[in-house]
Design a protein around this ligand. Structure first.
Ligand code: SF4
Ligand code: SF4
Length: 355
């Protein structure tokens, strides 16, 4: 039997911030196209590594002065550089003991089902649509969503992507909050995940059963500029016998708001652009009743494309509503293990552009 605590110690030593072990049977009942057991059918254990985001990467967004440190360092940097290098070390550590380690980084790509509505095969992100329409070329993401097929009737289509947050919960690291973010006692919503499937038999960690991590304060709902998280509708799932409930998220709406966030939250788009397009291509900002869908979001993206600073290759989260709100509330509630000398937010509310 492989020494689970030795793996955990090693993972933390080489740079992961949390390490948890899950039983793949905890995924019983998830939709086939998101069932991680198809990835490595002989795997007996799942290991989750969590990588904390320094609180300071949110500072510029919180102040309204600097927006690309978060997508660059805490999103792209962890996904692309930091987590893969640590996965690689931990994978070798496991394989040196005679077990296979399928290391699984966050790809940032699209899976075989839509990110937006779970339907198989299509629904491109707006920026991919724009690239496709303007250049006729296919981005790396198109590869999977449009042409993928299962290699045999028993298999699921590549590239199967499972639900990272639920998988982290299945490895005992925390629970999903009302915001749909995975909350841990150590860092609240401020971490990203990567995984290892292995055929090593490892005793799973228990599901998180400590004090509830979500305060149900609804600050994430209140502070979302796009009203993307429902006040009234919730989704409940059961993983490893543990029920988790979050507010229903309108993914298309979130897509447009976290990238552009609208008249009062986006300092990159001039006022006259919003004025000119009132009731036109930007109507989604002015009329809450407008249903967000691929076409509406594409209207926004194609109109605001010149104001889309994507120097870092990842969407810049200009809203930061749900994460900032949650960090603020969890700190005020004394819920996080890590303590800072100064609070994340000094005043009651975040900035708002008056125009
Ligand atoms: S990421 Fe931004 S737009 Fe999306 S739910 Fe959170 S606050 Fe709202
Ligand atoms: S902001 Fe409040 S309700 Fe939302 S996830 Fe955080 S603790 Fe839960």
């Amino acid at each position: 039997m492989i020494d689970k605590e030795a793996i955990r110690r090693f993972a933390l030593e080489v740079g992961a911030d949390l390490c948890g072990f899950g039983d793949l049977n905890r995924f019983e009942g998830v939709p086939r196209a998101m069932d991680p057991r198809f990835v490595f059918p002989d795997a007996r254990s799942l290991i989750c590594l969590a990588f904390r985001m320094p609180r300071g990467v949110q500072r510029g967004i919180e102040e309204g002065t600097q927006f690309y440190q978060y997508p660059s360092l805490a999103y792209g940097g962890i996904n692309e550089t930091y987590a893969p290098s640590i996965l690689y070390e931990v994978g070798k550590f496991i394989e040196d003991q005679g077990y296979e380690a399928m290391i699984y980084r966050n790809t940032g790509a699209r899976g075989s089902v839509s990110d937006m509505d779970g339907t198989p095969g299509n629904t491109l992100s707006p920026e991919e649509q724009i690239v496709y329409q303007q250049t006729g070329s296919r981005t790396a993401h198109h590869r999977t969503v449009q042409t993928t097929r299962a290699v045999s009737p028993k298999q699921e289509a590549p590239d199967l992507q499972f639900h990272f947050r639920l998988a982290a919960a299945a490895c005992g690291l925390g629970e999903i909050g009302l915001s749909k973010m995975l909350l841990t006692p150590e860092f609240g919503p401020m971490q990203r995940f990567a995984f290892i499937f292995t055929d090593a038999p490892i005793e799973p960690d228990p599901m998180y059963s400590g004090k509830p991590l979500c305060l149900k304060c609804k600050a994430c709902i209140r502070e979302c500029p796009g009203h993307c998280l429902s006040e009234t509708e919730t989704i409940t799932v059961t993983v490893g016998g543990k029920q988790m409930t979050w507010a229903k998220l309108d993914e298309w709406r979130c897509y447009v708001y976290y990238t552009y966030s609208g008249r009062n939250q986006d300092p990159f788009v001039p006022t006259e652009v919003f004025d000119k397009h009132r009731d036109g291509k930007l109507r989604i900002y002015e009329h809450p009743e407008v249903q967000a869908n691929e076409q509406e979001v594409l209207n926004v993206y194609s109109t605001l494309d010149p104001y889309f600073p994507s120097q870092v290759g990842y969407n810049m989260a200009k809203c930061a509503g749900c994460i900032g709100a949650c960090v603020n509330m969890l700190e005020r509630g004394g819920c996080l293990k890590g303590k800072f000398k100064e609070p994340f937010r000094k005043g009651l509310r975040r900035w708002n552009i008056d125009r």
